[in-house]
Design a protein around this ligand. Structure first.
Ligand code: MLT
Length: 309
């Protein structure tokens, strides 16, 4: 059996697979090359860069399993894979802490102007008055999506003495009470929160769920965070809302189209902090997701049951 490891998968999982199978590692894999080589492989491991489209799946005559080293499977055409009997697995737990901590880091960096203060100080400037920030304590954080990462963010926000308003169609009162958060409707969250962070997958329901219409309903001085998926917040609207002062600031890690180039609407807008999809980029998380997915691939290629994405 032959496994393709694309997108810079951590070596830990690759070593596990190499004990039994031939593994070809392609950290940077152009779409045309993926199309060309995919017929050779029984399994493929990807992060988010490689797009496992219907076209790829149609050419993957030997493929039995697609392993996503991470949570989001929006780069994989699951219906096309399912139609061909190809299993799709992900690793929902491995990078939870990394994404949770990155969200907190982004919230703090944005509220205390750390990126711009660093950038200007590196140029020899000393701007104490210009970069007065805001505190988290006593503020209301709206968490949209209370899965593993959203709940982790809520827990940490409570430690910062924030109040947490949580919107999630699946959360019940008992769980909310156990977490110490207040359940709210989507409108209640957007109208009452000082900070709003989204933690939902990108689906037809969540795509564009926060656009100019919603931003205009938010509190003056609201700050937004998206470390989930690009497209949940409408990028052009966010850029405009920050420029017009409708939204005080934003911290964004994920984009509709990645990688982002200089002409992206969010690039160069004062008050917006950007990172290049670093949510899951910790040493620990990359080992975790790589090992989880490798174990899933081993099990599937041995004909054992695996949990599908
Ligand atoms: C995920 O979906 O797991 C994260 O966004 C990280 C990644 O894309 O690798």
């Amino acid at each position: 059996m032959k496994v393709l490891a694309a997108d810079g998968i951590s070596p830990k999982g690759i070593e596990l697979l190499q004990k039994e199978f031939e593994v070809v590692v392609k950290d940077k894999l152009p779409a045309e090359e993926l199309l060309e080589i995919i017929p050779q492989f029984d399994a493929i491991m990807v992060r988010s860069a490689s797009k496992v489209t219907k076209e790829v799946i149609d050419r993957a005559t030997n493929l039995k399993i697609i392993g996503r080293a991470g949570v989001g499977v929006d780069n994989i055409d699951i219906p096309a894979a399912t139609a061909r009997g190809i299993i799709v697995i992900n690793s929902p737990g491995g990078n939870t802490i990394a994404a949770t901590e990155h969200t907190m880091a982004m919230m703090l960096a944005m509220s205390r102007n750390i990126p711009i203060a660093n950038e200007t100080m590196q140029k020899g400037e000393w701007n104490r008055k210009k970069y007065v920030g805001v505190e988290l304590r006593g503020k209301t954080l709206g968490v949209i999506g209370m899965g593993r990462i959203g709940s982790g963010v809520a827990k940490r926000a409570l430690a910062f003495e924030m109040n947490v308003l949580a919107y999630d169609p699946y959360i019940n009162e008992e769980r909310a009470q156990a977490l110490g958060v207040k359940v709210a409707t989507f409108d209640e969250v957007i109208e009452n929160a000082d900070f709003i962070t989204v933690h939902m997958p990108l689906t037809p329901d969540t795509k564009g769920m926060i656009g100019m219409e919603q931003m205009k309903k938010m509190k003056k001085g609201v700050r937004l965070v998206n470390c989930a998926r690009g497209g949940i917040i409408v990028e052009e609207d966010l850029a405009e809302a920050v420029k017009q002062g409708i939204v005080a600031g934003a911290a964004i890690d994920v984009y509709t189209k990645e990688p982002v180039t200089k002409d992206h609407p969010l690039v160069g807008v004062p008050g917006i902090v950007l990172t290049p999809h670093l949510g899951a980029s910790t040493v620990e998380a990359q080992i975790g997701v790589s090992v989880d997915v490798a174990k899933g691939i081993l099990a599937a290629l041995h004909g054992e049951p695996v949990a599908t994405a």
